[in-house]
Design a protein around this ligand. Structure first.
Ligand SMILES: Nc1ncnc2c1ncn2[C@@H]1O[C@H](COP(=O)(O)OP(=O)(O)OP(=O)(O)O)[C@@H](O)[C@H]1O
Ligand SMILES: [Mg+2]
Length: 225
């Protein structure tokens, strides 16, 4: 099993009261799954993804990735995981403005796991990914000079630089036009075919068929359709 989640719970405080953003979530996926999660705004989707990638710690329950409890890892081991075997495309803005687009894409590889003498190879790969995202001419730009959709595509390219076993993407095509969005989803289908498991949150129902499993989230609870 690639990822196995049990009795997962995460509460937040709102005013005087606590409420569960994620409540009793359990599921498992193997390396061949492409899971799509839909659900209303505020239903807990992003919170769940943050728990899956170890950005947030659960109040109860466990996330096992390749048999290892993510919450039990050290901070260093967790960041190494997130820049290696697990990749994230977060919902909000996540690029570093004092680096070029190309360097943003290379970064996970430079921080962790770049073998000696592999710099040229990483560069080439980053350029290939930018080309696949349709934004090769933007490589030398600073992220703040890019449109929202272009920034989103840089974040997708960055997430794939380390050949992750699991890609976790939060509305990756939310700010893209339909044609670009479809081309990105086709690319996801391709890397899924090559052996990358995917968990993707989307609001666009027409994206659901790209996945082989569909989950719905409502009020912090998750179930499979
Ligand atoms: N840091 C936080 N502190 C308190 N409440 C939070 C925090 N983060 C999220 N929430 C609340 O938890 C609930 C779930 O939020 P979450 O971001 O997971 O929703 P979502 O399903 O991703 O929504 P959207 O589709 O709008 O992105 C919401 O009611 C939100 O207001
Ligand atoms: Mg969200």
């Amino acid at each position: 099993m690639l990822l196995s989640v049990s009795d997962l719970k995460r509460t937040y405080r709102r005013g005087e009261r606590m409420f569960s953003a994620v409540e009793d979530v359990a599921f498992a996926m193997d390396g061949k799954d492409f899971i799509c999660i839909t659900g209303e705004s505020g239903s807990g989707k992003s919170t769940l993804l943050h728990l899956l990638t170890g950005l947030l710690k659960p109040d109860a329950g466990r996330v096992l990735f390749e048999g290892r409890d993510i919450a039990a890892l050290s901070d260093g081991e967790r960041s190494r995981l997130r820049n290696g075997r697990i990749a994230c495309v977060p919902q909000g803005y996540s690029l570093l403005n004092n680096f070029s687009v190309l360097d943003n894409v290379r970064l996970p590889r430079c921080l962790y796991g770049e073998k000696r003498g592999a710099r040229a190879e990483t560069l080439k790969k980053a350029e290939r990914l930018l080309a696949r995202m349709g934004i090769a001419p933007l490589a030398a730009e600073r992220p703040q000079n890019l449109s929202g959709g272009e920034q989103r595509r840089v974040a997708i390219a960055r997430s794939l630089i380390a050949d992750p076993a699991l890609l976790v993407a939060d509305e990756p095509t939310g700010d893209l036009d339909p044609k670009t969005a479809t081309s990105i989803l086709e690319f996801f289908a391709e890397i899924h075919g090559e052996g990358t498991a995917i968990v993707m949150v989307t609001h666009e129902r027409e994206r659901i068929p790209f996945a082989n499993r569909h989950f719905v989230m409502d009020g912090g609870r998750l179930w499979e359709e």
